[in-house]
Design a binder for this molecule. Structure first.
Ligand code: AMP
Length: 307
């Protein structure tokens, strides 16, 4: 039932039309772990930080039920740092800085207690590291989900393509799906990407929702029209955490259940963007989460009598 999560644990500096932050806590694995913690209590995180990373954040994640045994702390080295600037539409951003720091020589070690986890979330980071994590699993997990970004398509495309052959679900945004496939049409891009290995493809479209493809079917989930989007950083990871968290809690990897998982992922992501960084994910209640999911249901439910 456990979920193994690998990804960055990072410092981010973010600028949006609503404001600017100094270094705050971020990283794909941080968002995934927090989001998934609302669904299941066996989460094992594998990542790396420098000794500049605050111990209280490690404790906070442990408090949420995330096992941090697989977090390596490198003495005298610096934590991964990313800085981004969002445009007015909040759907597009420029990466200003990516300092790999500890990530450059990261050799992941999956603790024995996590090697039999049935669900694996390969969060955004070096494809070779994602592959090394997968290789340490004792059995073929029930579901392997991979998230990645344009950065890795630019610098490690061949490695990424190799890992793609070993995963069940790929989650990328629309621009990344187009870059990876060389196709502008998303249904065409999807078929090309599915031919590269994954059985399912999720294409995230920011405020325009998300699409789920397999070779025969497609499902569309909207995003909630929110009055204020403060900071989209981590929305994709939060989505992924909710998606795999829901699947792990139901143990059902069918297409039908993935549809529900996408709604849960979208609901979690809608919270994430309401505040800067991870803030909004820290103290949600189960009632709030269910209330959000209900809003999604209401948003798309309609009756038509066809003659
Ligand atoms: P998202 O907004 O879902 O794409 O995720 C943003 C998070 O990804 C930030 O907290 C960053 O620390 C992290 N991030 C940014 N660039 C990279 C990268 N090249 N590899 C891994 N993680 C990254």
């Amino acid at each position: 039932m456990g979920i193994l999560v690998v990804g960055t644990v990072a410092f981010d500096a973010i600028e949006t039309p609503f404001g600017k932050t100094d270094k705050i806590i971020g990283g794909a694995a941080t968002y995934i772990g927090l989001s998934a913690s609302y669904f299941t209590k066996k989460i094992d995180l594998v990542s790396v930080v420098g000794d500049d990373f605050p111990q209280e954040t490690v404790k906070m994640l442990q408090g949420k039920g995330v096992n941090m045994e697989g977090l390596q702390v490198m003495k005298g080295q610096k934590t991964f740092f990313w800085s981004g600037l969002y445009h007015n539409d909040m759907n597009t951003r420029d990466t200003l800085v990516t300092e790999l720091n500890v990530l450059a020589d990261f050799n992941p070690v999956v603790p024995a207690s996590a090697q039999e986890d049935e669900f694996v979330m390969l969060g955004n980071l070096t494809p070779v590291v994602q592959e090394k994590v997968l290789a340490q699993m004792k059995n073929r997990p029930k579901l392997v989900v991979l998230d990645t970004m344009n950065f890795w398509m630019d610098v490690a495309l061949e490695d990424l393509k190799r890992v793609l052959k070993k995963v069940d679900v790929l989650a990328v945004n629309d621009a990344e799906a187009r870059q990876l496939s060389g196709e502008y049409s998303l249904p065409r891009a999807a078929q090309k990407i599915l031919a590269m290995g994954p059985k399912y493809l999720i294409i995230k479209k920011g405020e325009h929702g998300a699409l789920l493809f397999n070779k025969e079917q497609v499902f569309y989930a909207p995003a909630l029209p929110l009055e204020d989007v403060f900071d989209p950083t981590g929305a994709g990871d939060t989505f992924a955490g909710g998606f795999i968290g829901y699947i792990a809690s139901t143990k059902d990897v069918s297409f039908e259940n993935m549809k529900r998982a996408i709604i849960y992922g979208s609901a979690m992501a809608s919270f994430c963007v309401e505040k800067f960084g991870t803030e909004r994910l820290l103290n949600l209640t189960q009632k709030e989460v269910e209330g959000r999911v209900q809003q999604f249901v209401d948003l798309v439910q309609f009756d038509i009598d066809l003659v």
